[in-house]
Ligand binder design. Structure first.
Ligand code: ZN
Length: 255
């Protein structure tokens, strides 16, 4: 009998070793039983080739090639229909944005190719941390945007003034009262009343919590500052603690 023990033991060791090397290290299971990766949380994904994403159709957007997560899209279409009954048009103007897309926005501002508040930031702010903080008034650092997840959308306009009167005001008032029943939450609420850090208030940015909550938890578990790299000024990420101050600087009701 003992002569069988050694080969059996060898087989068991081999089997467990094979399982170990065949399991990709960054596979993360989420509640809807799909699997995501660390790269996914950083926006390094092609939504047109990924079955977790839907292309947003008319009348929900006027853009031709924008995507969001299937679950978030389904909930959004129900919200759109409910608002439409009140004569309100919740058009999506931005949804999923990739790491590379965010990188092009960030670097245009970092290098001064695109002016911010009328200034070439590369000249106005020699100090990297100060320059990053000005960009962060309006744009996320690549790898830290909730738009990377496909759970978050921008509705109607990107200008605060557009929500202070007329249709925009009606849309915002309706969203504040009703979006939660469809799973949506305004993550960037007024500061400092509701949050002490993070982006300025964004009345247009709404997040589909059933998925986004989970992605935020996984982000906290798996993403470190050293993972936020591959763009100009990436060394600043850790210095300004972009994860605690921006990724987590959201409306507590959306956590
Ligand atoms: Zn947004």
């Amino acid at each position: 009998m003992t002569k069988y023990i050694q080969p059996i033991l060898m087989l068991l060791i081999l089997a467990s070793y094979t399982t170990l090397i065949n399991t990709p290290q960054d596979q993360i299971k989420v509640a809807n039983h799909s699997t995501i990766s660390k790269n996914y949380l950083l926006g390094k994904v092609s939504p047109s080739k990924d079955s977790k994403f839907s292309k947003i159709e008319k009348p929900y957007t006027l853009k031709s090639n924008i995507y969001m997560l299937n679950e978030a899209y389904l909930a959004y279409t129900k919200m759109y229909a409910a608002a439409a009954k009140e004569g309100l048009d919740l058009k999506i103007i931005s949804a999923f944005r990739s790491f590379n897309h965010q990188k092009s926005i960030w670097e245009a501002k970092w290098t001064g190719a695109r002016k911010v508040l009328g200034k070439d930031l590369s000249k106005a702010y020699q100090n990297a941390e100060a320059r990053a903080k000005v960009i962060l008034l309006f744009s996320s650092m690549p790898g830290t945007s909730r738009h990377h997840w496909g759970t978050d959308i921008d509705i109607y306009s990107l200008e605060d003034a557009d929500f202070l009167q007329g249709k925009g005001k009606d849309i915002y008032t309706w969203l504040v009262q009703n979006a939660h029943t469809f799973g949506y939450c305004q993550v960037y609420t007024p500061k400092p009343e509701t949050r002490t850090s993070g982006y300025e208030e964004e009345k247009w940015h709404w997040s589909y919590l059933p998925m986004a909550k989970e992605y935020l938890l996984e982000y906290q578990k798996h993403i470190k500052h050293k993972d936020i790299k591959g763009f100009k000024g990436d060394r600043v990420a850790e210095k300004i603690n972009v994860i605690d101050n921006y990724v987590l600087g959201i409306n507590p009701d959306c956590k």
